[in-house]
Design a protein around this ligand. Structure first.
Ligand SMILES: CC(C)(COP(=O)(O)OP(=O)(O)OC[C@H]1O[C@@H](n2cnc3c(N)ncnc32)[C@H](O)[C@@H]1OP(=O)(O)O)[C@@H](O)C(=O)NCCC(=O)NCCS
Length: 136
């Protein structure tokens, strides 16, 4: 099995975003208004797209959003490979920081990537979130 990370289109991220994150909402719920301004990356396991993430760069900061791995492939290290690559890409661009709105039950996971929780917490769609960041 070989893994490969490549840039993909926003449309290519949608099936995984929908299936993994919001399967009970309409398909269009996982589209972002500014998807066309983002960079989208996918991790392929052989020929199958199994993990996606989207990166939005603005004002010397990068936000990643809609990070998802197909359920059957979660917990095997693929998401970590993808997130490390995205952090590396952001770091290379001399940005000040990378941040995300993390589901609070994922905050321990993001700490492994040098990200720290901020005081900024909120609830959306019935889920608890915390803004997490890594300053470069
Ligand atoms: C968050 C998400 C994208 C991570 O992707 P993933 O491919 O499962 O990520 P990894 O496999 O690299 O890491 C997941 C866990 O498995 C662990 N892990 C990694 N490699 C492993 C391995 N070889 N064997 C066992 N466990 C492993 C990681 O340490 C991590 O543990 P933690 O969650 O307790 O911190 C995925 O869980 C997902 O799609 N979740 C649903 C959507 C979601 O919540 N998105 C994020 C919103 S903030």
């Amino acid at each position: 099995m070989t893994t490969k990370i490549i840039e993909i289109t926003a449309d290519e991220t949608l099936p995984i975003r929908h299936q993994v994150m919001w399967p009970n909402k309409p398909f269009d719920y996982v589209k972002l208004d500014n998807d066309n301004e983002g960079l989208h990356f996918g991790l392929y396991l052989d020929k199958e797209l199994i993990s996606v993430i989207s990166l939005f760069i603005m004002d010397s900061e990068a936000q990643f959003r809609k990070f998802a791995t197909l359920e059957n492939y979660q917990g095997k290290g693929y998401g970590s490979i993808l997130l490390n690559e995205i952090i590396h890409i952001a770091d290379k661009q001399s940005l000040k920081r990378i941040w995300c709105n993390a589901r609070r039950n994922k905050s321990q996971f993001y700490r492994k990537f040098g990200m720290e929780a901020t005081n900024n917490i909120f609830i959306k769609g019935g889920l608890d979130y915390v803004i997490m960041e890594r300053i470069f």
